[in-house]
Design a protein around this ligand. Sequence first.
Ligand code: SF4
Ligand code: SF4
Length: 377
Amino acid sequence: MTISKQRLTVELKAEASALGFELSGVCPAVAPDALSDFARWIDAGYGGQMHYLHDRSEAYGHPRSILNGVRSLLLLGRSYLTDDAEPVTVGSGRISRYAWGRDYHEQIHKDLKKLSGFLQAKVPTATVRGVVDTAPLLEREFARLAGLGWIGKNTLLINRQAGSWFFLAALLTDLELDYDGAQETDHCGTCTACLDACPTDAFIEPYVLDSRRCISYLTIELREAVPDSLREGIGDWVFGCDVCQDVCPWNQRVDATPEQVFYPRPGSNPLPLVELFDLDEKQFRTRFRQTPLWRARRRGLLRNAALVLGNQPTSGASVALVKGLNDPELLVRGASAWALGNYPATAARDPLRCRLDMEEEEEIRVEISRALERLGG
Ligand code: SF4
Ligand code: SF4
């Protein structure tokens, strides 16, 4: 006896829920309407150095680029909201909430594999593929089509019950399933809290983010020096930023997840910064390889740490920044030079002059000279 698509969809959603996906919805595999907005966004340069978006822009045109013959998508949401953050103390940096626990890709891939196995046990001829983050799929738009929520002015998917503190994943299949209706209503109303609170004014207008100004992009994706004009706005964020989610009214009454895997690893937030400057590549790998922070690599994370220490000068940190000033990585040297320009001249001037005497890279010489100018020569 073959199973009806209604019955199969109900059972698939029940299995997803048992695996820990609080949100699920199904939509047909179509060319997404939001594709033209996405293309305009890329063409405007708002994706910054995320060239993979541009390189795969055609693949975003239809989910068949991910699974040949796909007819249906099951969109899934999994909460990562844990208990409230520890307060950030001077000398520490703030980490975006999604990165407090273990790398979520691993856990979600494992569960998607189980869900694929469940579906194929029901329909052995089915082709199925689970994706999280890395495939060319406009996940938020498909989640909206599957009824999971609306895309808010902060450009994130918002669900009336779960807010926006959840990871999105998708299961694609060539089977026809029972489709949910798209979410057509937008519940942002007249609220502008996210737009007003963004520390670096990254929203061009409601629903349009210029990634190049967003702290998440600057501290995670950008492989170069952070533009001078945005360094102060980074404040104490050393990896990612949650401001536009923290202020969203839809996130104020959401229950924490019971899922232990997303609970903070010890010392994961806030992150003590001074000790990072003692880690060489090997030690850094050992400490961060299994965590989301690995994505920034040592040079990116130390660059960010130097900027945060520059934004909150503290007595013990100048020694760490002097180490940074003499680091083999350009990114770390440049950011450390900038940061030392915010420290008392008695601690910063001599190390900066000394480095200037031996520095060969022009861009770092410029950073050091500017820092010395700020210190009065
Ligand atoms: S993540 Fe932070 S910097 Fe980026 S848009 Fe939101 S509030 Fe602005
Ligand atoms: S903060 Fe307000 S405007 Fe921004 S996404 Fe939330 S509800 Fe919408």
